[in-house]
Design a protein around this ligand. Structure first.
Ligand code: HEC
Length: 182
């Protein structure tokens, strides 16, 4: 049985390498350029553009562009929950992981939303809109006050509740002893 599975895997691998799966569309030059134009934001906040946003503005954008997939207040359904309803614990089912109990950095939340959301039409928001959405999600998760304005500097200073859960794993630590998580 193992041999059949291995042979099948090899066959599928060769088939994919030879001509792909015959699904999807090749990226156009414009699509590729739009990905390459995106800023790359690091946990330290390096790469965040100028701009700012507040939770109330974020809520207006959220209601229009995000609520249909993430729930009216980020409670999830049909897709990922964004507002945590409990602190992280290993007993918590993964569908209850959210920004407030699982995301290590506020900076990379900006990057993710800028890069990937809204799911069906990403790369269509300006930096202020993304800042506002991040502010809204941080406020709903109880991480900032409802009237706090966020920007590149303040996002980099936020210590997320889940940050202490993240560590360098022992093998990586052994291979790269100098690595420190920001
Ligand atoms: C058409 C549905 C849809 C819309 C609209 C949408 N999302 Fe999403 N969102 C998803 C899906 C699906 C995922 C999971 C993607 C994955 O795991 O690869 C996701 C994941 C996320 C995540 C990561 C969740 C986590 O903790 O893993 C965030 C944050 C997020 N979306 C924010 C937004 C914001 C902000 C908007 C509005 C600008 C938005 N989304 C609009 C479908 C949507």
């Amino acid at each position: 049985m193992v041999r059949i599975v291995l042979a099948l895997g090899l066959f599928l691998g060769l088939w994919a390498a030879a001509g792909g799966y015959g699904i999807g569309l090749p990226l156009t030059d414009e699509q590729l350029a739009s990905y390459e134009a995106l800023p790359i934001v690091r946990p330290s906040g390096a790469g965040l553009p100028e701009g700012e946003g507040d939770p109330a503005t974020g809520f207006e954008i959220y209601a229009f562009d995000c609520a249909g997939c993430h729930g009216p207040n980020g409670e999830g359904a049909p897709f990922d929950r964004l507002v945590a309803d409990a602190p992280f614990s290993l007993d918590l089912p993964p569908h209850r992981f959210a920004v407030g109990n699982y995301w290590p950095y506020a900076t990379t939340l900006w990057d993710y939303i800028n890069r990937a959301m809204p799911f069906a039409s990403p790369h269509n928001m300006d930096p202020d809109e993304v800042y506002a959405l991040v502010a809204y999600l941080l406020a709903e998760n109880g991480i900032i006050d409802a009237d706090t304005v966020v920007n590149a500097e303040t996002l980099a200073r936020i210590r997320m509740p889940a940050r202490p859960l993240y560590r360098v794993d022992p093998l990586t630590r052994q291979l790269f002893p100098w690595i420190e998580l920001p």
